[in-house]
Design a protein around this ligand. Structure first.
Ligand code: SAH
Length: 371
């Protein structure tokens, strides 16, 4: 699980209950130790083993020799005019990732990253243009929740409940970092961890079909799919992963994703790009595509970034698109743009990525040539 440790000590931060129990089993300790330590780390926000006072001194000393709770450093943080808050988190290897907190009246949503950069290169997403460095460890994923909960509450413990929802919608494609994302989500759901309900933790995917099938078997979190186009021709351009897993396959897995619970829906995300995917004809194609799928549609006004060729659809176009869907009985919402004055909005998260794909270099060159 921990592949990039700078020390040889095991980082307890990223262990879910099962992994923590296995760890204590190897020490000859009882399984309930796992729950005690999870509670100290995630509920109480303790990062010092000696503060875990319901463990014997001997056990604490033993733990301290072989384990630690390693929290990454906050490189920078800022608050937008609408109170959206962004953290730039520096990892042990110098890469940086971004995490965003979006407060609303009834809830507080944390947008969590799963990779440093992204391999998918969606045409309208600035994270994709940064290239890719590596997967995050489970500790690095859950540390974003740890840092946010501590940063947002006065006491530093979980009691204040500022974070009520988590969406895996930050940098990266979560299903291409399957095991570490699932472990981190297990901690979010665990009563000894963050105690969030399965409806309040959402994994968002560009449509990695085999991994969606696998996810359904191991986790019952909510699912969002970045759809963005109602036909293969357009989706191949906007979301190149579509060439590997075309709409027919994607819709087939969506159709019976929540077959045990008919009340659950998949959130289809659809970024509104002026003149590209936002006409009434596109809306009608979308209705046909979704006719047998338990789906809600979330229309996302495009958030521009330097060098993009796309423009945001205007409000009247978004409203017309939404009304066509609603008239066909599809529940559609328009996502409010939040945090754009600090580049914390959807698709604007870039972190600081040591790009191994050289994509960011090619992208910079192509911009320079075009100018
Ligand atoms: N890779 C996953 C997780 C990223 S989620 C996925 O594709 O679902 C981030 C969401 O914001 C996705 O729906 C993504 O398509 C959308 N997005 C990306 N760039 C955007 C932009 N510039 N404006 C608005 N939404 C964007």
């Amino acid at each position: 699980m921990e592949t990039l440790t700078q020390t040889t000590k095991i980082n307890l931060l990223g262990l879910d209950e099962k992994a923590m129990q296995e760890f204590f089993h190897t020490l000859g300790e009882k399984p309930y130790r796992a729950q005690q330590v999870l509670k100290w780390i995630h509920f109480q926000g303790v990062s010092d083993i000696q503060s875990m006072t319901n463990l014997s001194k001997a056990l604490r000393d033993k733990l301290q020799d072989i384990a630690e709770i390693r929290i990454p450093e906050i490189a920078y943080e800022s608050t937008a005019s609408d109170d959206t808050h962004k953290w730039l988190i520096r990892l042990a290897d110098g890469n940086c990732i971004e995490t965003v907190y979006i407060p609303e009246k009834e809830r507080g949503t944390l947008c969590v990253s799963s990779q440093v950069g992204c391999t998918l290169n969606c045409d309208f997403c600035s994270t994709g243009k940064q290239g890719f460095s590596r997967n995050l460890t489970s500790a690095e994923i859950i540390s974003q929740v740890w840092v946010a909960v501590r940063g947002l509450s006065q006491s530093g413990t979980l009691h204040d409940r500022a974070v009520t929802n988590v969406v895996m919608m930050g940098m990266g494609e979560p299903l291409l970092n399957f095991d570490n994302v699932v472990s981190a989500m297990n901690i979010m759901l665990d009563d000894y961890g963050y105690g969030l309900s399965k409806r309040r933790v959402t994994l968002s995917t560009a449509g990695v079909v085999p991994a969606m099938k696998q996810l359904r078997e191991v986790s019952d979190v909510a699912l969002a799919v970045s759809l963005h186009a109602p036909n293969d021709e357009l989706r191949n351009v906007l979301v190149p992963l579509n060439k590997k897993y075309p709409l027919k396959e994607l819709m087939a897995v969506c159709q019976d994703y929540f077959k045990e619970d008919k009340r659950r829906h998949i959130m289809m995300e659809y970024v509104m790009l002026a003149g590209v995917n936002d006409t009434p004809a596109h809306a009608k194609q979308l209705i046909t595509l979704l006719q047998d799928v338990p789906a809600k549609v979330n229309l996302i006004p495009f958030n521009p970034f330097p060098s993009t060729i796309y423009k945001r659809s205007d409000d009247a176009t978004i409203l017309r698109f939404r009304e066509i869907l609603m008239a066909a009985g599809i529940n559609a919402l328009t996502r409010k743009t939040r945090g754009d004055d600090i580049d914390a909005a959807c698709g604007q998260l870039v972190g600081q990525v040591k790009d191994r794909t050289r994509r960011s270099e090619r992208h910079r060159k192509s911009i320079a040539q075009a100018q």
